[in-house]
Ligand binder design. Structure first.
Ligand code: SDX
Length: 423
């Protein structure tokens, strides 16, 4: 709270508006009373709008800072792992040794999906985009678990969270297996979270595929870097869906749908397509010119961010991970990495990008790592969705655990005024 106050002067009338301060970050002006003054605020795209209070993640776009419950993303990427981050995002604190073991054991107990879930895949064409399949199958989970779906009960919310954390890798791998006509692989609970995902993706009943520990670590780090990001488009979608009291699995499916767009989570797939389209370092200038041309819809995918006006701290960790993975796989001279590094260098020197503070974001390097591991481009956003599920769920849970109201934005109406139906 702050004793600061904002004053709005409208048609000669001064309207006093309370202001609030967070732990860190911009103060906010409470504009809720404006509706009683017959006024709305206007903020398409919610550039200057705080839609809620939250204690989960803080981003300082100017400084390129990302904190999860106060811990910096680079500290976490270095010292933690995805399941520990899941506990932190959900409960607000790093787990004790005992809490960590209990958390991991519960996740292991829920990695399989109900056998009837397998039937949902059969309705899709084999060439369906895996995001379409994931959106449908995760939404279908809302048709299960009737015995534990009272969202006013903390233990029902908790088990829904464990089911989502545990089942998303299984469902993601099933989306991939279905698209290539291979049988689904059951989870192997003797493996860690990231290794189990790679097992379900690449092993077959004819034989298991083992991965270099550096690759497994890189996979887990990719999960961590995508876990949560404050009130981004897909998280805001989950909050809005959840504000009606909807089933949590259906709310997560709405987040998957929102994430799919190339301006959001679909960017990692779009980055690879862009790098492949550029094809050679010699062609970069032509594409940079297109990106700067107002009349050309082409944008440099993986660049720019609504909040970061400095380097996305996740992109820095992702770039280091990218170089580690390519080195382990003997792909240091990967042509796509060469194009990416040259593109990054040009963008950091070019006035157009500097003036607009367009830096590489989390999606710029992730696709190169995933491709090097052998994951097809169509699965990149599925992996983003799987990773972000904990963020979506943590925000849904934070909202549903407290007093909340249904989200209901208003509008600036530009249509016809009342007119009579022609006689
Ligand atoms: C994610 O919100 C989150 O936190 C998202 C995310 C998360 O973890 O949840 O971080 C994940 O979605 C990362 C962003 C991935 N998207 C892309 O990489 C797609 C390419 N980027 C752009 O589409 C764009 O930068 C956005 C969508 C990311 C941000 O759009 P904004 O904030 O609405 O910015 P804008 O469109 O108003 O652009 C400002 C200016 C414009 O030029 P002017 O009109 O001022 O002359 O910058 C230009 C834009 O044309 N611009 C770009 C550009 N991004 C912005 N020009 C060329 N290439 C780009 N990539």
């Amino acid at each position: 709270m702050t004793d600061k106050k904002a004053q709005l002067l409208v048609d000669g009338k001064t309207i006093d508006l309370p202001m609030y301060s967070g732990t860190v970050g911009p103060d906010v002006i409470d504009v809720r009373s404006l509706v009683s003054e017959g006024l709305f605020t206007y903020d398409p795209g919610f550039v200057s709008t705080a839609a809620c209070e939250s204690a989960i993640t803080y981003i300082d776009g100017g400084k390129g800072v990302l904190l999860h419950r106060g811990y910096a993303i680079d500290d976490l990427a270095e010292n933690s792992d995805y399941l520990e981050l899941c506990h932190l995002l959900l409960h607000g604190e790093l787990p004790t040794k005992e809490e960590s073991e209990a958390f991991r054991a519960t996740v292991r107990n829920h990695t399989m999906v109900h056998d009837q879930v397998n039937q949902f895949f059969r309705g899709f064409r084999r060439d369906a985009h895996p995001m379409a399949i994931m959106c449908g199958v995760v939404g279908a989970l809302s048709a299960f678990y009737h015995d534990s779906m009272d969202i006013t009960e903390a233990q029902d919310r908790e088990i829904a969270g464990f089911r989502l954390i545990a089942k998303m890798p299984t469902i993601a791998a099933m989306c991939y297996k279905y698209s290539i006509g291979q049988p689904f692989m059951y989870p192997n609970n003797d493996l860690g979270y990231a290794e189990n995902f790679l097992h379900m993706m690449f092993s077959t009943p004819a034989g298991d595929v083992k991965f270099d520990p550096a690759i497994v670590r890189a996979m887990d780090r990719i999960f961590m870097l995508h876990a949560d990001h404050e009130q981004n488009a897909s998280t805001s979608t989950v909050r809005l869906a959840g504000s009606t009291g909807a089933n949590p699995f259906a709310c997560i499916a709405s987040g998957i749908a929102a994430l799919w767009g190339p301006a959001h989570g679909g960017a990692n797939e779009a980055v690879l397509s862009m790098l492949n389209e550029i094809g050679d370092v010699a062609n970069i200038d032509e594409f940079v010119a297109k990106a700067k041309d107002k009349n050309d819809p082409f944008r440099l995918m993986g660049f720019g961010h609504r909040v970061y006006k400095n380097f996305d701290p996740r992109a820095k960790v992702m770039r280091e991970t990218c170089e580690e993975v390519l080195s382990v796989l003997g792909l240091e001279n990967d042509p796509l990495l060469k194009i990416a590094k040259r593109l990054e260098q040009i963008a950091l020197e070019d006035e157009y990008f500097i003036a607009r503070k367009l830096y590489p974001n989390v999606d710029f390097y992730s696709g190169i790592i995933l491709k090097a591991i052998g994951i097809p481009e169509s699965m990149f956003t599925v992996i983003f969705a799987m990773s972000r599920t904990i963020g979506w769920f943590a925000h849904w849970n934070e909202m549903v655990s407290e007093n909340y109201r249904i989200g209901r934005p208003r509008q600036l109406y530009k249509g016809y005024d009342k007119r009579d139906y022609p006689a």
